[in-house]
Design a binder for this molecule. Structure first.
Ligand SMILES: Nc1ncnc2c1ncn2[C@@H]1O[C@H](COP(=O)(O)OP(=O)(O)OP(=O)(O)O)[C@@H](O)[C@H]1O
Length: 351
């Protein structure tokens, strides 16, 4: 069990990656809360620039020092120092670092897509939401971090891996979305045994070494479930907005609620729920059959005190209009329209 003083000292001794002063010197620790029953430590830290690879590295260090000191789980939120505080320290930063403070990644909003268990359509939803946001004119990146499933390349019909230019990885662009997948770095669909820390390194590389350019949104297709790997990945991610995908069965929603709880515990904000495989609609009669039950999505949204962003029916894209992307719905497809409505809601929420 760690106490507040230890948290202050341990986190305070780490450095702001841009200002090169300790977090104690920059008065970065804005909030500390310790839930003794769960041995959970939650901190809010101000740094020079949020949503950056440097923030990720700092985040990993904070988790490491607090876990080494005995915390069972750690939640971190970041905020940016106001300009007047930055001014005090700016002289310390070299010109290139000052330039870096203005880097385009500064503006990107992270959206993680999570689920309580596998197979509910989390990857399908991630892909189609990314494409829908791009169709609405947003600059979108997608990281397929679903280490058990990395199915995004196949779903989008991506046959070629990314180009490597020197030390930089150029993401593959498809339907206007820049895509990076764990699957690009694994030979012949071989199964991979991942552990949290290893995953953290790979993710860190995705943030640092991938040439994302300017992005509005970076979507992350997370591993399903609420096990160790999912927890680790949540703790490594820059504070992101999270969408939870569920199927309509009340039991599925119950399991998905755990994923939502994990997001909240690690200080990610749940911005909504998407119910997938909501019903089957007969093409001839237009009648809806609730094949997998009913009510799970609204119930989950209520439980997580968030919005139901949309309900996706059972079905498949029309292959011929899809240019060999087996899971991407066309803009004119009914389900493509549902994804467009969801994308509009996401934009309204996040700007
Ligand atoms: N609305 C839908 N209608 C019909 N099939 C669907 C729908 N959504 C997803 N599927 C299919 O269900 C299967 C699982 O979907 P997907 O891989 O997206 O799930 P997942 O939650 O990401 O799974 P995992 O995390 O285990 O990889 C896929 O074959 C996909 O094509």
């Amino acid at each position: 069990m760690v106490n507040e003083q230890q948290v202050k000292e341990l986190v305070g001794s780490l450095e702001d990656p841009f200002l090169h002063r300790t977090l104690e010197e920059t008065k970065a620790l804005k909030e500390i809360s310790i839930k003794e029953d769960k041995n959970h430590v939650s901190v809010k830290i101000a740094i020079a620039k949020t949503n950056t690879a440097e923030q990720m590295q700092l985040q990993m260090k904070v988790v490491e020092v607090l876990k080494n000191a005995g915390a069972a789980s750690v939640g971190i939120r970041f905020e940016e120092h106001p300009p007047e505080v930055l001014e005090q320290f700016r002289g310390k930063a070299s010109e290139s670092e000052a330039q870096d403070l203005l880097s385009p990644m500064n503006k990107v909003k992270f959206i993680s897509i999570a689920s309580g268990k596998g197979g509910v359509g989390k990857s399908t939803v991630s892909v189609n939401l990314a494409v829908a946001l791009a169709r609405l004119g947003k600059k979108v990146g997608l990281i397929d971090a679903d280490i058990y499933g990395f199915s995004v390349p196949d779903m989008m019909g991506i046959a070629q891996g990314p180009k490597i230019e020197g030390t930089r990885i150029i993401p593959v662009e498809r339907f206007g979305v820049k895509v990076i997948s764990m699957g690009f770095f694994v030979e012949d669909n071989a199964p991979v045994v991942w552990r949290g820390p290893m995953l953290g390194k790979v993710l860190d590389q995705f943030f640092k070494d991938v040439e994302w350019g300017e992005l509005d949104y970076l979507l992350l297709d997370l591993p399903p479930g609420t096990g160790d790997v999912a927890l680790d990945i949540h703790q490594m991610l820059p504070a992101s907005k999270e969408i939870v995908v569920t199927t309509p069965h009340p039991t599925a929603a119950f399991v998905a609620a755990r994923a939502g709880a994990m997001a909240l515990q690690t200080d990610h904000e749940v911005i909504g729920v998407i119910e997938n495989m909501a019903w089957f609609e007969s093409k001839t009669s237009g009648e809806k059959e609730y094949v997998f039950g009913k009510g799970g999505g609204p119930k989950l949204a209520e439980e997580l005190r968030t919005d139901l962003l949309g309900q996706i029916p059972l079905g498949q894209p029309d292959w011929n209009e899809q240019d060999f992307a087996p899971s991407v719905y066309g803009a004119m497809h009914n389900t493509g329209g549902i994804y467009r409505d969801i994308a509009n809601k996401v934009i309204a929420k996040l700007g």
